[in-house]
Design a protein around this ligand. Sequence first.
Ligand code: E4P
Length: 217
Amino acid sequence: MQFFLDSTDLEEIKRLNSLGIIDGLTTNPSLIYKSKTPFKLLIKKLCDEILGPVSVETVAENSKQMIKEGIKLSKMAKNIVVKLPMTWEGLKACRELSMIDIKINITLCFSTSQALLAAKAGATYVSPFIGRLDDENIDGIELIRQIKKIYNNYSYSTKILAASIRTKNHVTQSALAGADVATIPPKVFSTLISHNQTDRGLEIFNSDWAKSGQKIL
Ligand code: E4P
């Protein structure tokens, strides 16, 4: 499974990227608003830091404008993935931009029929929003499972990018359901490693080692 960060917080992104296990990044207009940084400068900094795919969203409402925005975004850096909304106009733009080799992430996916449409339109990624479905008492992980089954049935190459991840459990359940990628907010990412038995075990090993009086170096 690939791990993307879902963030525009450059400090946090740098800190976590130094671990060497971050495969890409996703942004959205709300995260960009939160960063309070000029858009082009921010995208440049993000794409310089993360070498893998960086999703940046268009904001136009019709396909013609989306295509223009998509082309402009794709020229900002080699690793840009253009994020388009799950609308008929978004799908139209997805088809056109995919045909000129621009990678597309279809965002705001909440159903299997939408995921099918994204695959048909040639999207590189589709982003089912697990957390926002859970907010409505609908099982977001089940959606990932069903999309995986459908994509396997027809050998679609569109990758399932589990988004709107709120908990560590969302990450493991997405992996079990077969998501190709999980895009994870830094706060959730930091919890992936924690286990009280790990902390406790390390404490015991360190204390026993100290008592042994031995040295490695
Ligand atoms: C995905 O690309 C989105 O940026 C993101 O996962 C949305 O998550 P939210 O529901 O926590 O805003």
